[in-house]
Each structure stands twice: as structure tokens, then as C-alpha cells.
Write a protein that binds this ligand. Structure first.
Ligand code: HEC
Length: 168
């Protein structure tokens, strides 16, 4: 008589079949901490390292992995990818070197629209320290990032991720 396959064997075969599936190509972002091995911090890819090194001090020493973690504070309202959507806040791609309040089809508050400066690291540092105090009456409901090192890491991360050009 032919016995049905034991359950354990069926499970083993199923597992084998699963292992045979092709792996997803590794297209993770440079600092996907979730994908980083548990054995230590992820090292940025060489291109990112070179870009980071070209940033003005102190942003050239930014811990971009920490910056990415801090960006979780912004993510609910902002995208940073090229062509990313405006959400509660405007898309931040290319924000360095961009005039404040100038993303088309985003409705800024009057204080941001008429601020008249161009975003650079210093302005961003002041903005993120105390958004309300820096441009009173703006509509970004965010208390700020109080730790100076976290701000450096976050600004470094943004510079690398939003298409900041060396020297720009
Ligand atoms: C609760 C939603 C919210 C969060 C969280 C938030 N923002 Fe914003 N942000 C806004 C809004 C809304 C505006 C537009 C403000 C205005 O027009 O008054 C804005 C504006 C900005 C601007 C000016 C953009 C421009 O085009 O002039 C920058 C830069 C910015 N945010 C960076 C950040 C960063 C970095 C973080 C995280 C540390 C963050 N924001 C967190 C909602 C948010």
C-alpha cells in the first residue's frame, strides 16, 4: 500500500520550493537601516560618501543614518524624492538653493511665501530649531528638532537625499 506523504515531508518540500524562489533584487536605499545587518551601522555607498565629504562642515560629518531616522519626524508631511507629492507640507526635493515658499501648486502661508530667502543649511537649521519662532504665523505644525547633533545629521541626510549639488 502507498501511504500518503507524511506531513513533515510535505512541509520540508514546501520550504524547499520557497527557497528556490528568486530573491528580490537589492534595490534598497543607501541607508535603509532596516536592511542593514545587525552587526553594525550601514556604510553609505561610495557615491554617497563622496557627496557627504563634499558638504560644508559640520554637515560633512553628519551621521546620515541617524538623519534618516530623524526624518521619520517629517515623513508624515513631506516627501523628498524627485517629483514626490506635496502632502501636508511641500515636496522637499531640491530644497537647498530653492527660494522659500516656491513649490508650485503648494499653498504656503503668507510668512513662508514672502520670507524672501533661499534655503541653505543655516536657514534650515534655524527653521528646524524652532519653526514657529523662526517664521511666526507659518502653518508647519511641528515643534522642532531640539538636539543640535540630530539637526546636523538630518540636514546632512537631506542634502544627500534631496539632490543637493556640491558647492550649490
Ligand atoms: C505636521 C506636518 C509637518 C511636519 C511633521 C513637518 N513639516 Fe515641514 N512643512 C509643513 C507645512 C504645512 C509647511 C508649509 C508651511 C507654511 O506654508 O507655512 C512646511 C514647510 C517646510 C519647509 C519649507 C519648504 C519650502 O518650500 O519653502 C521645510 C524646509 C520643511 N517644512 C522641512 C521639514 C522638516 C525637515 C521636517 C522634519 C524635521 C518637517 N518639515 C516636518 C508641514 C510639516
Amino acid at each position: 500500500m502507498r501511504a500518503a506523504l507524511p506531513a513533515s515531508m510535505i512541509i520540508a518540500m514546501t520550504l524547499l520550493a520557497a527557497c528556490g524562489q528568486p530573491q528580490e533584487p537589492a534595490s534598497a536605499p543607501a541607508f535603509d537601516s532596516a536592511a542593514a545587518p545587525a552587526a553594525g551601522p550601514a556604510t553609505p555607498d561610495p557615491e554617497t560618501q563622496a557627496l557627504l565629504a563634499s558638504l560644508p562642515a559640520p554637515y560633512n560629518t553628519a551621521d546620515v543614518e541617524n538623519g534618516q531616522r530623524k526624518f521619520a519626524l517629517c515623513r508624515s508631511c513631506h516627501t523628498i524624492t524627485d517629483g514626490g507629492a506635496n502632502m501636508t507640507g511641500p515636496n522637499l526635493h531640491g530644497v537647498f538653493g530653492r527660494k522659500a515658499g516656491s513649490v508650485e501648486d503648494f499653498r504656503y502661508s503668507e510668512p513662508v511665501k514672502t520670507a524672501g530667502f533661499v534655503w541653505d543649511a543655516d536657514h534650515l537649521n534655524n527653521w528646524l530649531t524652532d519653526p514657529r519662532g523662526f517664521l511666526p504665523g507659518n502653518r508647519m505644525s511641528f515643534l522642532g528638532v531640539k538636539d543640535p547633533k540630530d539637526r546636523i545629521d538630518l540636514i546632512g541626510y537631506l542634502m544627500v537625499e534631496t539632490g543637493h549639488k556640491p558647492g550649490g
